[in-house]
Design a binder for this molecule. Structure first.
Ligand SMILES: [Cu+2]
Length: 359
C-alpha cells in the first residue's frame, strides 16, 4: 500500500511540474513566439496525457497482479491488435510532432527578403549593434515593430549566442564568420537579450535589451533622434496612451557617438584606404586582369578556379577578404593579399555593406 501512495505522490508531482511548465513561458513578443508556444504546449499536454496513462497502468497492474501465494502467473505471448495499436499511434503522433516542428522551424529560419538589417558584434562581454546609417549602440538595439528584422552576427573573441526569450529565437555567434537570426517584434517596449553560450567570467552579465519602437518612435529614431530608453517600460507593461514622441529629445544627438558617415560610406572609405581600388573596379569595368569588378556580385554565384561555384553572400565576401586563396575566382590569378587582422569587425561590416550596395 505504501508503494501505491508513493507512486501516486510521484504522479501528482510530475503533473504539477508539467502544469508549471505551461505557466512559465515569457510573454509572446513575436509571431514566431505564438507558433512556438502552441507546439510547446502540445508537447507538454501530450506528455501529461501519456505520463498519466502509463503510470496509471503501472499502478493499476501492480495492484491487480500482485503475486499471490499458490497462484502461478499466466504466460501471454503476442497480441497483434495491441501491438499494432501501440506501434501505429506513437508513429502518427511522432509524425505530427515532426511536421509541426518542421513548419515552425522553417518559419524561424527563413528570413524574409525585405528584413531590416542590423549588424551585431558579440565580444567579452557586451553586444554591439551597427546600423545602416553608421550609428552604433552598445547593449541596446533599436528595432521597429511589425517589420522583420535580421541580425547579421559575428564575434571578436569566443563563441557567444544571441537569445531573445520573448521572441523565442536563439542563434550562436561565431568568431570569423557570420550567422543570422530574424524576428518580427509585435510588442513595443524592452525585450531582454541573454548571451546563452558560456563565454567566460562575466558571461552572466552579457545582457542587452531589444528596444522595440512603435511607428512614431521608429520614425524619430530613424531621423537620428535620441530615444530616452530609461523611460521605455518592459514589453507588455506599456501604457496604451503613451506617445512615442514624448520619449525623444529635441536635439539631434545620437544614442551613441554621432556618425559622420553612413555604413556604406564608411565601407567606401575603407575600400579606398586599404587599396582595394587598385585591383577592383566598382562600375563593372575590368581593371586590366588585376581583379574582378565588384559591381553586382553580391548574392550571385561565381565560378571558381578549383571547379564548382560559390554564392557570394556575407561569409563568402568575408572569406575573400581574410583568406583570398580559399576560393579563387575562375580566370584570375591568386594575387590578392590577405587583409586578416587589418580590419576590425566594424570595418568588415562596413566593407561588406558597401560591396552589397554596388548593385
Ligand atoms: Cu557571451
Amino acid at each position: 500500500m505504501n508503494k501505491v501512495i508513493l507512486a501516486l505522490g510521484w504522479l501528482a508531482l510530475a503533473v504539477s511540474g508539467n502544469a508549471l511548465a505551461l505557466e512559465t513561458l515569457p510573454i509572446q513578443g513575436s509571431d514566431v513566439a505564438t507558433s512556438w508556444d502552441s507546439l510547446y504546449n502540445f508537447l507538454v499536454y501530450l506528455s501529461i496525457f501519456f505520463f498519466i496513462l502509463v503510470m496509471g497502468a503501472v499502478v493499476y497492474f501492480a495492484v491487480k497482479y500482485k503475486a499471490k501465494p499458490g497462484v502461478k502467473a499466466r504466460y501471454i505471448t503476442d497480441h497483434h491488435l495491441l501491438e499494432g495499436i501501440w506501434t501505429f499511434v506513437p508513429f502518427v503522433l511522432l509524425m505530427v510532432i515532426f511536421v509541426w516542428g518542421y513548419v515552425v522551424y522553417e518559419k524561424m529560419v527563413r528570413t524574409p527578403s525585405d528584413a531590416y538589417e542590423i549588424r551585431v558584434v558579440g565580444k567579452q562581454w557586451l553586444w554591439q549593434f551597427q546600423y545602416d546609417d553608421g550609428r552604433t549602440t552598445i547593449n541596446e538595439v533599436f528595432v521597429p515593430t511589425h517589420r522583420p528584422v535580421k541580425f547579421v552576427m559575428t564575434s571578436t573573441d569566443v563563441l557567444h549566442s544571441m537569445f531573445i526569450p520573448n521572441f523565442r529565437v536563439k542563434q550562436d555567434v561565431v568568431p570569423g564568420m557570420y550567422s543570422s537570426v530574424w524576428f518580427e517584434a509585435n510588442l513595443p517596449g524592452k525585450h531582454q537579450i541573454f548571451c546563452t553560450e558560456y563565454c567566460g567570467a562575466a558571461h552572466s552579465q552579457m545582457l542587452a535589451q531589444v528596444i522595440a519602437l512603435d511607428e512614431v518612435e521608429w520614425k524619430e529614431w530613424s531621423r537620428g533622434k535620441k530615444i530616452l530608453t530609461e523611460s521605455i517600460p518592459k514589453a507588455g507593461t506599456r501604457l496604451s496612451d503613451a506617445s512615442g514622441s514624448l520619449r525623444t529629445t529635441d536635439q539631434t544627438q545620437m544614442s551613441a557617438a554621432a556618425p559622420t558617415l553612413s555604413l556604406v560610406e564608411q565601407g567606401r572609405a575603407h575600400f579606398k584606404g586599404k587599396g582595394c581600388v587598385a585591383c577592383h573596379s566598382v562600375d563593372g569595368q575590368a581593371k586590366g586582369n588585376l581583379g574582378p569588378t565588384l559591381k553586382g556580385v553580391f548574392g550571385n554565384p561565381v565560378a571558381l578556379t578549383a571547379g564548382g561555384s560559390a554564392t557570394r553572400d556575407e561569409n563568402y565576401i568575408r572569406e575573400s577578404i581574410e583568406n583570398p586563396m580559399a576560393k579563387v575566382v575562375k580566370g584570375y590569378n591568386p594575387v590578392m593579399p590577405t587583409f586578416k587582422g587589418q580590419l576590425s569587425e566594424n570595418d568588415l561590416g562596413a566593407l561588406i555593406a558597401y560591396i552589397k550596395s554596388l548593385q
